[in-house]
Write a protein that binds this ligand. Sequence first.
Ligand SMILES: [Zn+2]
Length: 393
Amino acid sequence: MFRLTNTLTGATEVFTPADGSTVRMYACGPTVWNYAHIGNFRTYVFEDVLRRHLRSKPWKLVHVMNITDIDDKIIKTSIERGVDIKTYTTPYAQAFFEDSAVLRIDRPDIITYATDYIQEMIQLVARLLETGHAYREGDSIYYRISSFPAYGRLSRLDKRELKVGARIDADEYEKEQPNDFVLWKAPKDEREPRWNAPFGVGRPGWHLECSAMAMKNLGSTFDIHCGGVDNIFPHHENEIAQSEAVTGAPFVRFWVHGEHLLVEGEKMSKSKGNFYTLRDLLARDYNPLVIRYLLLSVQYRKQLNFTLDGLASAERSLARIKEFLFRLKTASLSSGPSAKVSDALSAAQAQFEAGLNDDLNTDQALAAVFELIRELNISLVGGRPRDVDCTVS
Ligand SMILES: [Zn+2]
């Protein structure tokens, strides 16, 4: 049984796909305005572990991830650089996939670019306007959160703070304050990209993008939506409000969120000098596998303190695994199986799987690997393992 913590209920629940056979999963992908940093990659590595664990089960998996190739930051910077958004974002999207491959993150099954789904977004806004969940103010369209009583359920927001009619125009905002949020933004600058819609020329708000891409590929209700904890409010709260107001069906069964990453005990920021993209670390000659190891060595729901000491210790752990495999490959073993070794292998595999089944407890899964190495190293000295035990798969 695979148990997973669901942010929506606050409980760790047994997970199975709704239809019993196919897991439908959506993950918020990068906004390709710059290189992704290691905090971002902690989330993508956790999602990769989740993906691999789901694939080890007798289920099919459809994993969708979006690329946000239009939002405030992208528009602002592309205008400053005098290029269109596609020219600006394409190299960063490519860099993201290169970085992911270097970290051995499997590619999701379906990758969606926000700019390919503008028609679906327009349909959602039209429907929200028809049903009174959205309204026009000036030339932009906003979501009326007072029209959706479940607003705030995911993030457990105190709705007494709700300011009726207060609106937010930006794609991202920090304050944990519920405001009506923008669905469709009228251009403020003649150089901004724009699309024609029945309700006026403009472009989609960020939150709307994920609702449109997720439902188009996975249906009105799907199994898992994941992302980082910083996406819970307002992004995921707003996704629920938009989607459920249109379909009347629950949007997502399991909301799964990865915790923050700190660097040297502090929130990563450029001004503190503790901000690393993956490329910064590779330029300092860190092995990408060591970085992956450190990122997944702490269970996804715990804060991870990423430190250079931690990288050194991850390097030693990986070296232990490699040295062990080398010893195993080069040992001269007598033929046949050995009951003691096969028992140790079964026990380690059971503990490894039990760890991952327990809310992706990677700490426990890795402990099983090192316990096995310790036992087998002792056995190797005693000459116990036989060749049948040592087929490394
Ligand atoms: Zn999203």
